[in-house]
Design a protein around this ligand. Structure first.
Ligand code: 2PG
Ligand code: MG
Length: 490
């Protein structure tokens, strides 16, 4: 990623600086903005120098408060970021600082985190070049001073980190993906899209969290969304025909077991309780939409197993049974044998290293095994996994680790060791679309945003459509090729 001062990267051959529109800074140090106004630029410091940092409390897609940060740099350019929030969080994640006042948002307010930005983190980065992301991030992390950002909050730190990147990108007149990835960032990610939801995102009737569609056979990102929409629609029709609910869960996936009662609807809800039924329903929907399961569209799971792991056993409450780690590995292995599943996230709990190693040894050569709660986007945790041969892919969630620099370090480490990175949203999201740009800028290859309903999800999908249009023929969508380095069956 970018590491030097952006100013020096955008000099013309003659040493003059040019904006995106090709405007040339005049030699007296002034620059004209697109509106024709003249901005005085002190040659002694870059135009990306942070001049103002301001945070406020806003709400996310669950109506839960979160931190929004505006960073303004010397040129007057402003960047804004809103921090996402998880429900099925891993215990090794950076701390999300909440007020804890039961009389306000059930304790979930973020006024303290906002104050930490406005009174501590913001002042600490004033005068720092937002174009030097890792300098900004190092100062933020040092100012907090704890390993998991427990003093000031990962949510406070991340807001400043991301807003600084947006401000620097705006200042040099580049879209964020181009600012982050330079001319090399051009890959549209393969989306893995939530069609059926369970677990903590759907009030916990089906234990597994996500039943995902992976449009590996699409020729482009926009074609992939067509396929997703067709399958989603087919699933809606299947559920309606069986009298099941088509209400959606936190990430927009359909949650058939969440509504109505068996006696009222006559629905055999057992059909929607069993985790394996959801897999079968998804295959049915792919076929009804006219596609070949496994060829056009493959299946992915986010088991999110940490959340039903208690006292050393996996508790499938929907199925009224508990499984040992070995039995869980056996169950997932059988599913990989029986169904066109090419990706399993958090198939085991965050500290069940033995289970992870066993699952990786069993199916790691033919299925993507993503560590989410296991790695929490943390270089140290990923190094542990690499050393133990656990998983072969990593979920990259910026708020698990608190800075853009740290998230990118995890992504790079993954790649260096043949682990596939998957950039991911959280279940609590907003209109912030930073991760869409991050996925393209970093050529991550895959993205997980949730379903194709709910505007906080569409903010990212639509941003990817814009980027696809902007990149034109220069853009790449690799589809199934993303998976070929460990999936010779595809
Ligand atoms: C996950 C995420 C996103 P949450 O488990 O991968 O789907 O959920 O943000 O609730 O942790
Ligand atoms: Mg997950």
């Amino acid at each position: 990623m970018q590491s030097e001062r952006m100013d020096s990267r955008f000099r013309g051959n003659d040493g003059t600086k040019r904006g995106k529109d090709g405007t040339q800074r005049v030699s007296d140090g002034t620059k004209r903005g697109s509106d024709g106004t003249q901005r005085v630029n002190d040659n002694a410091e870059p135009s990306t120098t942070i001049r103002r940092v301001h945070a406020r409390e806003v709400l996310d897609s669950r109506g839960v408060p979160t931190v929004e940060v505006d960073v303004t740099v010397a040129s007057g350019a402003r960047g804004r970021a809103i921090v996402p929030s998880g429900a099925s969080t891993g215990r090794h994640e950076a701390l999300e600082f909440r007020d804890g006042d039961p009389d306000r948002y059930q304790g979930k307010g973020v006024r303290h985190a906002v104050r930490h930005v406005n009174e501590v983190l913001g002042p600490a980065v004033l005068g720092v070049d937002a174009g030097c992301q890792h300098e900004v991030d190092a100062i933020l992390v040092d100012t907090d001073g704890t390993a998991n950002l427990t003093r000031l909050g990962g949510n406070a730190v991340l807001g400043v980190s991301l807003a600084a990147a947006h401000a620097a990108a705006a200042c040099v007149g580049l879209p964020l993906y181009r600012y982050l990835g330079g001319s090399l960032g051009r890959e549209l990610p393969v989306p893995m899209v939530n069609i059926l939801s369970g677990g903590l995102h759907a009030r916990g009737i089906v234990d597994f969290q996500d039943f995902l569609l992976i449009p590996v056979g699409a020729q482009s990102f926009s074609d992939a969304l067509v396929m997703v929409r067709n399958v989603y629609h087919a699933m809606g029709k299947i559920l309606t025909a069986r009298g099941a609910s088509t209400l959606v869960a936190d990430e927009g996936g359909l949650a058939p077991a969440s509504g109505g009662s068996e006696s009222r609807t006559g629905v055999n809800r057992t059909e929607f309780y069993a985790n394996e039924s959801a897999v079968r329903l998804l295959i049915e929907a792919i076929e009804q939409a006219g596609y070949h399961p496994g060829e056009d569209a493959a299946l992915g799971l986010d088991v999110a197993a940490t959340h039903f792991y208690q006292d050393g056993r996996y508790r499938l409450s929907a199925e009224s049974r508990t499984l040992s780690s070995e039995e869980m590995v056996a169950l997932l292995t059988r599913w990989v044998d029986d169904y066109p599943i090419i990706s399993i996230e958090d198939g085991l709990a965050e500290d069940d290293w033995d289970g992870w190693q066993a699952l990786t040894a069993q199916v790691g050569n033919r299925v993507q095994l993503i560590g989410d709660d296991l790695f929490v986007t943390n270089v140290r945790r990923l190094q542990m996994g690499i050393a133990r041969g656990a998983a072969n892919a990593v979920l990259v969630k910026v708020n698990q680790v608190g800075t853009l620099t740290a998230a990118i370090a995890t992504l790079r480490l993954a790649r260096a060791h043949g682990y596939l990175p998957v950039v991911s949203a959280r279940s609590g999201e907003t209109e912030d679309a930073t991760i869409a740009d991050l996925a393209v800028g970093a050529n991550a290859g895959q993205i997980k945003i949730g379903s194709i309903t709910r505007s906080e999800r569409l903010a990212k999908y639509n941003q990817l459509l814009r980027i696809e249009e902007e990149l034109g023929a220069y853009g790449v969508y690799r589809g199934r090729k993303v998976f070929t380095h460990f999936l010779d069956t595809l």
